[in-house]
Write a protein that binds this ligand. Structure first.
Ligand SMILES: *[C@@H]1O[C@H](CO)[C@@H](O)[C@H](O)[C@H]1NC(C)=O
Ligand SMILES: *[C@@H]1O[C@H](CO)[C@@H](O)[C@H](O)[C@H]1NC(C)=O
Ligand SMILES: *[C@@H]1O[C@H](CO)[C@@H](O)[C@H](O)[C@H]1NC(C)=O
Length: 237
């Protein structure tokens, strides 16, 4: 093996040289793509709490089994314990606004709630902008580049997603193929930074996205295949 031969020639321990000569480029390229394990307690928040809010993102959907089953919740984790829900949002393109993805809907909703003069927060515009840096956005699927950019422009404290873009693409979803990690990587000038935690509770988020382009995949709970088989509808609809 080449490294051993070089090591022997230079009089170094072969293993040491192997460590240096081994494909270091490959190692540093892949480490750039590594995400924190979904079970880790980032910012001292345990997985059970992450799972609780990811489930809330799943049920933030406006209907039992919408085709675009993308839901988000925005939470204040500086409140001890589970944290406090500030607002929710779900994909609302069907309202006629093509950019009203779940995350955008949630950010708009929080913004309205934070600045509502009759609401619980009554913040000014600039205080509302500051407030986002205390908040965490949970979404049941990885944000598209538009939403990931919106998340960075909001300077959320944390961003937590379920099903990955890679999984969505494999399941037949049209996606703009840029990962949130890449958007975050290119957002270094936007402060404060946002901590990213991905693929949290995918065993429970994936089923919301696996039935749309696979007639053999079971509908979400409470729903059944329509006559045509192409959509799922509420059982008692
Ligand atoms: C978040 O919680 C902290 C601690 O209770 C509080 O001071 C802050 O106003 C809250 N922010 C928002 C936007 O809810
Ligand atoms: C905004 O968030 C509130 C609080 O979670 C929720 O009750 C309401 O349905 C949300 N509005 C929209 C339009 O999603
Ligand atoms: C999904 O996995 C998590 C652990 O990663 C577990 O706590 C949870 O119970 C699982 N959900 C279901 C429905 O099995």
């Amino acid at each position: 093996m080449a490294p051993i031969r070089v090591g022997t020639l230079l009089g170094f321990l072969p293993e040491v040289v192997a460590g240096i000569i081994e494909p270091e480029e490959e190692v540093s390229a892949s480490v750039q793509d590594v995400l924190a394990d979904p079970q880790t307690s980032l910012n001292a928040i345990p997985f059970s709490t992450r799972a609780h809010w990811m489930r809330q993102a799943n049920i933030a959907l406006g209907a039992p089994c919408p085709f675009a089953a993308f839901g988000s919740v925005i939470v204040n984790h500086t409140v001890p314990g589970l944290g406090e829900l500030v607002c929710t949002g779900f994909n609302s393109r069907s309202s006629g606004n093509p950019i009203l993805h779940g995350e955008i809907a949630a950010i708009q909703n929080c913004s309205a709630i934070l600045t509502d003069p009759l609401g619980p927060y009554k913040l000014t515009g600039s205080k509302a902008i500051d407030a986002f840096s205390q908040l965490s956005l949970y979404t049941n699927a990885e944000s598209c580049p538009m939403c990931a950019s919106a998340i960075r422009w909001s300077s959320f404290r944390e961003y937590i997603y379920g099903t990955s873009i890679e999984t969505l693409v494999k399941q037949g979803w049209a996606q703009i193929r840029v990962s949130s990690l890449e958007i975050f990587r290119q957002s270094l000038d936007v402060q404060p930074q946002t901590r990213l935690l991905g693929q949290v509770l995918t065993n429970e988020t994936d089923p919301f996205f696996f039935w749309q382009f696979n007639p053999d995949f079971p509908c979400p709970e409470g729903c059944k295949r329509s006559e045509s088989g192409s959509t799922c509808e509420a059982v008692n609809a």
